[in-house]
Design a protein around this ligand. Structure first.
Ligand code: AHR
Length: 522
């Protein structure tokens, strides 16, 4: 902990006032924003708002899947409440079956009559027995119910090339073939469309502990047999780096770039910075509130550097950077299975979601997909379930507010504003991204990370005359505010009326610790 003397020296140097963590202040700072509403060339791919579901803890079993005989309302075994909630955030893409699980998953164990499916041990996640009741048909049915693209991760770590090739044939071939006939015998006449296919996961770690050079060779072999059948065109995604492993990106781009459509990147925000003790999801003070946003924002630097390497090999940006795992990783909730990664979700997690999604928007030219880990009951979940009960987390509500950015054109912005300083660290207090949708409406998503001070914002709209402005806000009384099964709506969006059209744009006051999304019409 910094002493008050040190803190005030930092404050004096930075020319800002620092409030004690306990203080409740209403003092606002001002910020200036310019939105170039008549510019913008790059479309924000809606898949940046994607999700990830692994056979891990209660994500699939109890989360998505309850089985046809369950008392919980379901359609062919898939929970109706969950499907409806995810449709409301317009979930664009869902990655499955892992994660680390993907490289020990043998898909043929998960087809055919459920009572005949063999079991396996889920060695990564709690050593529990996997009954394979949720397999290929169930996953693709889920995606159809959700109206989203499936993204399947194939097994390169412990599976064969033949097995991977068979899986794609089974799903997508419409003629007569051993795999297509097997699919028909299992009740599905028509092939599915499958666009996104990952060739392995974290093959530098749980997916086989490979060197980049070795994986690049393996990737080239395996992907050769991932075929385009019956008019289906597969977008092939190579396993990419985690965090600062720039060498992995460099080797993959050099040696295998021309064989891939996407290269992944994984980044988890660990509030304490230590994997041994990541901190509680709900019991934390301002130091960890600040550190969590600061560490989350590091993804901007990571993407910038990985993208710069990709630019050297792929200046036309044909290959997408797919951030197919990201989110906050806390300690598990006390008393729960450490292998199940079940954590609560507070306003702090919502901040991370909002900041990260703004970062992805800004990198729309290279980032073509991002998948929050993980959809239900695992890590930074958007949904938590307990038996028949379901709640939407603060992170869910960010996805609800930000759905306006799907497939919208990113607008250039210039922002100057105060810093949020805590002890010896500082981050910009305000974070923004803006887009124009197909109807010409401009949406601005603003995050005030400072838990004490509101920010007065004066915005100029270039090339657009605003007539009407509306908004929604997500905030809470405490930094630790969260939803429980007893109080499932403690944190949820509310209408935001504090934004007025001005001569050249608009002005607004953003409450402390809030996410505000504005809609501007001309
Ligand atoms: O999301 C949990 C795990 O984190 C995934 O299985 C793995 O890919 C990553 O290390």
């Amino acid at each position: 902990m910094a002493t008050p003397v040190k803190t005030s020296i930092v404050a004096a140097l930075l020319g800002v006032m620092i409030l004690s963590p306990d203080s409740v202040a209403t003092e606002s700072k001002t910020a200036q924003l310019t939105i170039k509403a008549d510019q913008g060339k790059v479309v924000i791919d809606r898949n940046v708002y994607g999700h990830f579901a692994e056979h891990l803890g209660r994500c699939i079993y109890g989360g998505f899947w309850v089985g046809q005989d369950s008392d919980i309302p379901n359609t062919r075994g898939i929970r109706n409440d969950v499907v409806q909630a995810l449709r409301e955030i317009k979930i664009p893409v869902l990655r499955w079956p892992g994660g680390c699980f993907a490289d020990e998953y043998h898909w043929k164990d998960g087809i055919g009559p459920r009572e005949n499916r063999p079991t396996m041990v889920n060695t990564h996640w709690g050593g529990v027995t996997e009954n394979n009741h949720f397999g290929t048909h169930e996953f693709l049915d889920l995606c159809e119910q959700l109206g989203c693209e499936p993204y399947i991760s194939g097994n390169l770590g412990s599976g064969t090339i033949e097995e991977m090739a068979d899986w794609v044939e089974y799903i997508t071939f419409d003629g007569k073939s051993p795999m297509a006939d097997l699919r028909r015998r299992n009740g599905r006449e028509q092939p599915w469309k499958l666009k996104y296919f990952g060739v392995g996961n974290e093959n530098w770690g749980c997916g086989g502990n490979m060197r980049a050079e070795y994986y690049a060779d393996q990737y080239k072999r395996y992907q050769t047999y991932v075929k385009n059948f019956s008019g289906n065109r597969i977008f092939k995604i190579a396993c990419g780096a985690s965090d600062v492993n720039y060498n992995w990106t460099e080797v993959l781009m050099t040696q295998a770039g021309r064989h891939m459509d996407g290269l992944s990147l994984h980044y988890y925000t660990i509030p304490t910075g230590s994997w041994r003790d990541k901190g509680s999801a709900t019991k934390f003070g301002e130091a960890l509130w600040h550190a969590t946003s600061r560490r989350a924002l590091e993804i901007d630097t990571l993407i910038t550097k990985h993208a710069a390497l990709m630019d050297q090999h792929d200046p036309r940006r044909r290959i997408g950077l797919m951030v197919d795992e990201w989110g906050v990783w806390h300690n598990v909730e006390p008393g729960t299975n450490p292998g199940f990664l079940y954590q609560q979700n507070t306003l702090r997690d919502a901040m991370v979601a909002a900041l990260s999604l703004n970062v992805f928007n800004h990198h729309a030219a290279r980032v073509k997909m991002a998948n929050l880990a993980q959809t239900i009951n695992v890590l930074q979940a958007v949904i938590l379930t307990e038996g028949a009960k379901m709640l939407l987390t603060p992170t869910y509500h960010v996805y609800y507010l930000y759905r306006v950015h799907h497939d919208a054109t990113l607008l250039p912005t210039e922002l100057t504003g105060p810093q949020y300083v805590f002890e010896s660290h500082q981050i910009p207090a305000l974070n923004v991204s803006a887009s124009r949708d197909k109807a010409g409406k401009v949406h601005v998503s603003l995050v005030n990370t400072d838990p004490h001070r509101a920010i007065e914002l004066h915005a100029q709209l270039q090339g657009m005359k605003a007539k009407r402005i509306t908004g929604q806000v997500l905030t809470g009384a405490e930094m630790t505010a969260h939803n429980t099964f007893e109080k499932p709506t403690a944190v949820e969006p509310a209408p935001f009326g504090d934004a007025q059209v001005t001569e050249g744009g608009f002005r607004t006051t953003l409450p402390a610790k809030s996410v505000v999304v504005l809609a501007i019409e001309n």
